[in-house]
Design a protein around this ligand. Structure first.
Ligand code: BEZ
Length: 196
Protein backbone atom coordinates (compact mmCIF):
# COMPACT_ATOMS: atom_id res chain seq x y z
CA UNK A 1 0.00 0.00 0.00
CA UNK A 2 1.29 3.46 -0.84
CA UNK A 3 0.74 6.12 1.82
CA UNK A 4 2.14 9.59 2.04
CA UNK A 5 3.96 10.93 5.07
CA UNK A 6 4.94 14.18 3.31
CA UNK A 7 2.40 16.43 5.06
CA UNK A 8 3.22 15.01 8.52
CA UNK A 9 6.96 15.38 7.98
CA UNK A 10 6.65 19.01 6.88
CA UNK A 11 5.18 19.81 10.32
CA UNK A 12 8.35 18.62 12.02
CA UNK A 13 10.41 21.78 12.26
CA UNK A 14 13.12 20.82 14.78
CA UNK A 15 15.97 21.67 12.41
CA UNK A 16 14.44 24.59 10.49
CA UNK A 17 16.46 27.24 12.33
CA UNK A 18 19.79 25.58 11.52
CA UNK A 19 21.96 26.39 8.48
CA UNK A 20 22.99 22.74 8.40
CA UNK A 21 22.35 19.62 10.45
CA UNK A 22 23.02 15.88 10.45
CA UNK A 23 20.91 13.28 8.68
CA UNK A 24 21.55 9.68 9.73
CA UNK A 25 21.51 7.17 6.86
CA UNK A 26 21.19 3.46 7.57
CA UNK A 27 19.54 2.14 4.38
CA UNK A 28 19.88 3.24 0.79
CA UNK A 29 21.71 6.32 2.04
CA UNK A 30 24.63 4.02 2.83
CA UNK A 31 25.34 3.42 -0.85
CA UNK A 32 23.31 6.04 -2.76
CA UNK A 33 22.78 9.42 -1.15
CA UNK A 34 21.30 11.11 -4.21
CA UNK A 35 21.62 14.63 -2.76
CA UNK A 36 24.36 17.17 -2.09
CA UNK A 37 25.91 17.21 1.36
CA UNK A 38 28.58 19.23 3.13
CA UNK A 39 30.42 16.29 4.73
CA UNK A 40 29.78 12.73 5.82
CA UNK A 41 30.95 10.73 8.82
CA UNK A 42 30.30 7.17 10.03
CA UNK A 43 28.08 7.31 13.10
CA UNK A 44 26.12 5.06 15.46
CA UNK A 45 22.76 5.47 17.16
CA UNK A 46 21.77 3.50 20.26
CA UNK A 47 18.58 1.60 21.01
CA UNK A 48 17.68 0.80 17.40
CA UNK A 49 18.24 -2.14 15.02
CA UNK A 50 18.11 -2.19 11.21
CA UNK A 51 15.47 -4.60 9.87
CA UNK A 52 14.11 -5.46 6.41
CA UNK A 53 10.58 -5.08 7.69
CA UNK A 54 9.20 -2.24 5.57
CA UNK A 55 7.36 -2.85 2.31
CA UNK A 56 8.48 -0.94 -0.79
CA UNK A 57 5.74 -0.35 -3.31
CA UNK A 58 7.31 2.65 -4.99
CA UNK A 59 11.08 2.08 -5.18
CA UNK A 60 12.15 -1.58 -4.95
CA UNK A 61 8.80 -3.16 -5.69
CA UNK A 62 5.33 -2.39 -6.99
CA UNK A 63 1.82 -2.21 -5.56
CA UNK A 64 1.24 -5.82 -6.65
CA UNK A 65 4.66 -7.18 -5.74
CA UNK A 66 6.17 -5.05 -2.98
CA UNK A 67 9.81 -5.36 -2.12
CA UNK A 68 11.38 -5.22 1.34
CA UNK A 69 13.54 -2.36 2.54
CA UNK A 70 14.98 -1.41 5.90
CA UNK A 71 13.55 0.53 8.76
CA UNK A 72 14.72 0.88 12.36
CA UNK A 73 13.01 -0.95 15.20
CA UNK A 74 13.40 -0.09 18.86
CA UNK A 75 15.83 -2.51 20.49
CA UNK A 76 17.11 -1.51 23.94
CA UNK A 77 20.87 -2.03 24.21
CA UNK A 78 21.36 -2.40 20.44
CA UNK A 79 23.45 -0.11 18.26
CA UNK A 80 22.97 0.73 14.61
CA UNK A 81 25.87 2.06 12.57
CA UNK A 82 25.33 4.11 9.45
CA UNK A 83 26.52 7.22 7.69
CA UNK A 84 25.74 10.73 8.90
CA UNK A 85 25.47 13.45 6.25
CA UNK A 86 25.65 17.13 7.11
CA UNK A 87 22.98 18.72 4.93
CA UNK A 88 21.24 22.04 4.38
CA UNK A 89 17.47 22.27 5.07
CA UNK A 90 16.53 22.37 1.36
CA UNK A 91 17.58 18.71 1.05
CA UNK A 92 14.63 17.59 3.17
CA UNK A 93 11.84 18.52 0.77
CA UNK A 94 12.79 16.05 -1.98
CA UNK A 95 13.77 13.47 0.65
CA UNK A 96 10.30 13.68 2.23
CA UNK A 97 8.84 12.88 -1.18
CA UNK A 98 11.32 10.07 -1.90
CA UNK A 99 10.61 8.43 1.48
CA UNK A 100 6.89 9.14 1.58
CA UNK A 101 5.81 5.50 1.80
CA UNK A 102 5.65 5.34 5.58
CA UNK A 103 8.83 7.04 6.79
CA UNK A 104 8.56 9.73 9.48
CA UNK A 105 11.21 12.16 10.64
CA UNK A 106 12.63 11.46 14.11
CA UNK A 107 15.53 12.93 16.01
CA UNK A 108 18.30 10.83 17.51
CA UNK A 109 21.64 11.27 19.22
CA UNK A 110 24.45 10.42 16.76
CA UNK A 111 27.86 9.28 18.04
CA UNK A 112 30.53 9.92 15.42
CA UNK A 113 33.23 7.31 14.97
CA UNK A 114 35.91 9.98 14.78
CA UNK A 115 34.70 11.53 18.04
CA UNK A 116 31.92 13.75 19.31
CA UNK A 117 28.15 13.57 19.16
CA UNK A 118 25.22 15.67 17.95
CA UNK A 119 21.48 15.43 17.47
CA UNK A 120 20.44 14.42 14.00
CA UNK A 121 17.42 13.61 11.90
CA UNK A 122 16.54 10.05 10.93
CA UNK A 123 13.66 8.67 8.86
CA UNK A 124 11.92 5.68 10.46
CA UNK A 125 8.93 3.66 9.27
CA UNK A 126 7.13 2.60 12.44
CA UNK A 127 5.07 -0.56 12.85
CA UNK A 128 1.76 1.34 12.58
CA UNK A 129 2.31 2.46 8.97
CA UNK A 130 0.26 0.60 6.33
CA UNK A 131 3.35 -0.50 4.36
CA UNK A 132 4.95 -2.16 7.38
CA UNK A 133 5.46 -5.89 6.78
CA UNK A 134 7.21 -6.92 9.99
CA UNK A 135 9.34 -10.00 10.51
CA UNK A 136 9.26 -13.18 8.44
CA UNK A 137 11.57 -16.20 8.10
CA UNK A 138 14.86 -15.31 6.34
CA UNK A 139 14.10 -17.64 3.43
CA UNK A 140 10.73 -15.94 2.85
CA UNK A 141 12.23 -12.46 2.99
CA UNK A 142 15.02 -13.54 0.60
CA UNK A 143 12.42 -14.99 -1.80
CA UNK A 144 10.46 -11.74 -1.79
CA UNK A 145 13.61 -9.65 -2.31
CA UNK A 146 14.83 -11.94 -5.11
CA UNK A 147 11.68 -11.44 -7.15
CA UNK A 148 10.81 -7.79 -6.47
CA UNK A 149 11.83 -4.80 -8.57
CA UNK A 150 10.56 -1.25 -8.90
CA UNK A 151 11.40 2.16 -10.37
CA UNK A 152 14.63 2.35 -8.33
CA UNK A 153 15.79 -1.07 -9.52
CA UNK A 154 15.83 -4.68 -8.38
CA UNK A 155 15.29 -5.26 -4.67
CA UNK A 156 18.27 -7.67 -4.66
CA UNK A 157 20.60 -4.84 -5.72
CA UNK A 158 19.39 -2.82 -2.73
CA UNK A 159 20.22 -5.66 -0.32
CA UNK A 160 23.58 -6.47 -1.91
CA UNK A 161 24.52 -2.78 -2.16
CA UNK A 162 23.76 -2.30 1.52
CA UNK A 163 25.72 -5.41 2.56
CA UNK A 164 28.71 -4.19 0.52
CA UNK A 165 28.51 -0.69 2.04
CA UNK A 166 28.37 -2.15 5.56
CA UNK A 167 31.42 -4.32 4.85
CA UNK A 168 33.29 -1.23 3.63
CA UNK A 169 32.36 0.48 6.91
CA UNK A 170 33.53 -2.67 8.78
CA UNK A 171 30.08 -3.00 10.34
CA UNK A 172 28.87 -6.47 11.33
CA UNK A 173 25.09 -6.50 10.98
CA UNK A 174 23.91 -10.11 11.50
CA UNK A 175 20.42 -9.44 10.11
CA UNK A 176 21.70 -7.99 6.83
CA UNK A 177 24.42 -10.64 6.49
CA UNK A 178 21.96 -13.49 7.06
CA UNK A 179 19.57 -12.09 4.49
CA UNK A 180 22.38 -11.58 1.98
CA UNK A 181 23.48 -15.19 2.48
CA UNK A 182 19.89 -16.47 2.09
CA UNK A 183 19.56 -14.51 -1.17
CA UNK A 184 22.88 -15.75 -2.58
CA UNK A 185 22.12 -19.37 -1.65
CA UNK A 186 18.80 -19.05 -3.42
CA UNK A 187 20.38 -17.49 -6.51
CA UNK A 188 23.12 -20.16 -6.70
CA UNK A 189 20.41 -22.80 -6.83
CA UNK A 190 20.67 -26.42 -5.74
CA UNK A 191 24.15 -27.96 -5.91
CA UNK A 192 24.71 -31.38 -7.43
CA UNK A 193 26.05 -33.83 -4.88
CA UNK A 194 29.69 -34.72 -5.52
CA UNK A 195 30.27 -31.65 -7.68
CA UNK A 196 32.86 -30.43 -5.14
C1 BEZ B 1 18.34 5.63 4.87
O1 BEZ B 1 18.91 5.77 5.90
O2 BEZ B 1 18.90 5.20 3.93
C2 BEZ B 1 16.92 5.96 4.81
C3 BEZ B 1 16.03 5.01 5.17
C4 BEZ B 1 14.71 5.31 5.12
C5 BEZ B 1 14.28 6.55 4.73
C6 BEZ B 1 15.21 7.50 4.38
C7 BEZ B 1 16.53 7.20 4.41
Amino acid sequence: MTVSTVAINRQMRDFDHRDSFWLFGYGSLLFKAGFCYLEHRPATISGWSRRFWQGSHDHRGTAHAPGRVVTLVEDPGAQCTGMAYRITPDVLEPLDVREKNGYLRFTAELSFHDGGADRGLVYIATADNPAFLGPAPMSEMACQIASAAGPSGPNRDYLLGMARALRELRVHDPHVLALEEALLVRERGPRRSGSG
